[in-house]
Design a protein around this ligand. Structure first.
Ligand SMILES: *Cc1c(COP(=O)(O)O)cnc(C)c1O
Length: 365
């Protein structure tokens, strides 16, 4: 068999066909010579709010800031607890820590790798103020149950939508279920800028106004400061690049879904487990699970197939969170996912030959 070289992700396959659009975006900003808080930002915010089906969008510096500004705007801080899945990317938990609140971890469902209403319910105390739902891998959590839980216990629902641009649950887009959704446009995300960028999407104009002020030195009027804010804004270049890319997002998602469908149907190796099917998933990541994960990773590497692990160490076993006092065994599902997960190549522009090669390799393992 001919050995191919299959990257984990290939950004140039999305950028090359639209280079003229990206160049035009760059030229527009250069000619205007206005780099922060201008027309490009306004235009993208409106377009992205419309795309999500929300009334407000506020551009910010990155995904972590989107989440921490939502929590600050909601008044969450010292003495509060926020529930968050144990298997998420560290940024979800860091956002909670940054505002002075305590991340309280929840073990996910092994079939979806997501937080569930039942799992979250077990961790509610009289200090719990919010649930941060993370739509990991691009699949939306069980929102009906989670919204009901939040209503019953008077908790705020915050969505970490960094991996789920355009993902839907019963026809409604991720990021529009709670008080606000925090998006990342890190270059490798489904909608990626050409640098760091993020956004907060919300239907609550007060949250939007507070996030905007907090991200702009706590100011609504130049040199008048109402809050102790930070500097976290979406710059004009990134907004212009994102506006150029947004019209392509649905086509990229359709390609991701088609590749995922081929993988789902084609993977027949009994040693490889997949998550439960979800038609609303946007497949930011295509995870497979294998008890011999490290051997599988090495075997694929030798065949030229590059893979990643999302994520090798769950939050409770990270050094940064030793102070939470958790030990190995506290979150058995998150631990098993971390030991067995492998993310296989999936990107817009991936060819039939490449997909077939990956499938064939997986089935021969
Ligand atoms: C990428 C990511 C973030 C953070 O986004 P940045 O823009 O890198 O700060 C937060 N949560 C999840 C789940 C992510 O994947």
């Amino acid at each position: 068999m001919k050995v191919m070289n299959i990257p984990y992700f290939a950004l140039q396959k999305t950028h090359d066909p639209m280079m003229a659009e990206l160049d035009a975006a760059y030229q527009r900003v250069m000619e205007r010579e206005w780099f922060i808080d201008g027309q490009e930002d306004q235009h993208f915010e409106k377009a992205f709010a419309d795309y999500c089906g929300a009334s407000c969008c506020v551009g910010v510096g990155n995904g972590l800031d989107a989440l921490r500004l939502i929590l600050l705007a909601a008044g969450i801080g010292e003495g509060d607890e926020v529930l968050v899945p144990a298997n998420t990317f560290i940024a979800s938990a860091l956002a909670i820590s940054y505002v002075g609140a305590k991340p309280v971890l929840v073990d996910p469902d092994p079939e979806t790798a997501l937080i569930t209403p039942e799992g979250a319910a077990q961790k509610i105390t009289d200090k719990t103020r919010a649930v941060m739902v993370v739509h990991l891998y691009g699949r939306v959590a069980e929102m009906d149950g989670l919204m009901q839980l939040c209503r019953e216990h008077n908790l705020l629902l915050v969505e970490d939508t960094a991996q789920a641009h355009g993902a839907d649950y019963k026809g409604k887009k991720a990021g529009t279920f709670g008080i606000a959704g925090g998006f990342s446009f890190y270059p490798g995300k489904n909608l990626g800028a050409l640098g760091d960028a993020g956004a907060v999407v919300t239907d609550d104009p007060e949250i939007a106004a507070r996030v905007r002020a907090l991200g702009n030195y706590g100011s609504t009027q130049k040199y008048h400061h109402d809050f102790v804010g930070v500097n976290s804004r979406l710059d004009e270049f990134q907004a212009a690049f994102l506006s150029a890319k947004l019209p392509h997002l649905d086509a990229w998602t359709a390609q991701r879904r088609a590749i995922a469908e081929t993988y789902r149907k084609g993977i027949t190796n009994p040693k490889i487990r997949l998550l439960r099917e979800d038609p609303g998933c946007v497949y930011h990541i295509f995870p497979v699970f294998c008890t011999e994960r490290d051997a599988l990773k090495e075997y694929l590497e030798n065949l030229g197939i590059h893979t990643l692990i999302h994520y090798p160490i769950p939050i409770h076993l990270q050094k940064a969170y030793a102070s939470l006092g958790y030990v190995r065994g506290d979150f058995p599902v998150a631990e098993t996912l971390a030991e067995t997960e492998l993310s296989i190549p999936l990107y817009p522009g991936m060819t039939e030959e490449e997909i077939g090669y990956v499938l064939d390799a997986l089935n021969r393992f």
